[in-house]
Design a protein around this ligand. Structure first.
Ligand code: ATP
Length: 278
């Protein structure tokens, strides 16, 4: 399998800054017999402008980690740092400030949109959220640009409701919104699991474009180690709430150090061959 164009190897002096990191992040749900340690002392550090995949089986803690990164769940212990300082989400102002920098896209684009708003309003709201004072013409320009970025035609869609779009168009619209919102961190939770192979490769290409053109940090959550290898710069492999292995995607796939990683790779027999997405 041939991976997509990764970032060029970077020299230490060019190394980008760590955007978000976690030290010994633990999350426990329930008490007594119901107790589940969804995360067990997880360490991570994600850099600006890299695509990181978190790979693991169902129940390994991927979504819990994503929710903690988004600030939707509070860790039981450990510390998250954002841009080099401890993240504070104690009050509304701090949360609002943090959430300006973070967006997420999920498997089901249908649930991401208010179905009563037309496409134009959905996109316009993204511009308003950024607090930009734009003329009506400039607003149109930006919305058109966002649609072009994802190969949609604004003129054909602006007057439609989300339920009038195909699944693939909705997925693209979701990414057009990300283009307008310009988050620093994008969390993509299996965004390609409900689309056909062709739409999947388009979505992956768009994520790469967001990384390259906007230096976005993208955290891609998936069960699929083949897909993760294809799209990522860095891999984190999770098993039962722990990160068992992490590192550059090439290294983790070609020289896996942990037995669990080896098992995941063995389950994808063609991982080293050309991957036909079409
Ligand atoms: N709100 C909750 N209350 C209790 N247990 C939870 C809660 N959320 C997650 N868990 C448990 O924590 C563990 C990790 O769940 P999590 O959803 O993070 O896994 P995952 O790797 O994202 O799985 P999947 O790939 O199926 O989405 C599981 O055992 C799950 O049952």
């Amino acid at each position: 399998m041939k991976p997509l164009n990764r970032m060029e190897p970077i020299t230490p002096s060019q190394r980008s800054e760590v955007l978000i990191s976690g030290k010994r992040i633990t999350k426990v749900f329930g008490y007594g017999k119901q107790r589940t340690a969804a995360l067990d002392e997880v360490d991570f550090a994600f850099r600006e402008g890299e695509i990181v995949s978190i790979v693991g089986e169902s129940g390994s803690g991927k979504t819990t980690l994503a929710k903690i990164m988004m600030g939707l769940l509070k860790e039981s212990s450990g510390e998250i740092q954002y841009r080099g300082i401890p993240r504070q989400l104690g009050n509304h102002r701090q949360r609002k400030q943090y959430w300006k920098d973070i967006q997420a896209i999920f498997q089901d684009p249908f649930s991401s949109f208010n179905q009563f708003y037309r496409v134009e309003k959905l996109l316009l709201d993204c511009l308003k959220l950024q607090g930009l004072q734009l003329s009506r013409d400039m607003q149109f320009e930006r919305m058109k640009e966002a649609c072009t970025f994802v190969n949609l035609k604004f003129e054909e869609l602006y007057n439609k409701y989300p339920f009038e779009l195909s699944g693939g168009q909705m997925q693209r619209l979701m990414i057009a919104r990300i283009f307008l919102l310009q988050p620093k961190l994008l969390i993509a939770d299996e965004p390609t699991s409900m689309v056909d192979a062709c739409s999947r490769s388009t979505i992956l290409d768009m994520l790469l474009k967001l990384r390259d053109e906007n230096r976005m940090t993208i955290v891609f959550i998936t069960h699929d180690v083949g897909l993760a290898y294809y799209v990522s710069d860095t891999l984190y492999i999770m098993e039962k709430g722990r990160v068992v292995e992490s590192g550059p995607a090439e290294r983790v796939i070609l020289e896996p150090a942990h037995p669990y990683t080896r098992q995941l790779i063995e389950d994808v027999p063609k991982i080293h061959e050309e991957w036909n997405l079409g």
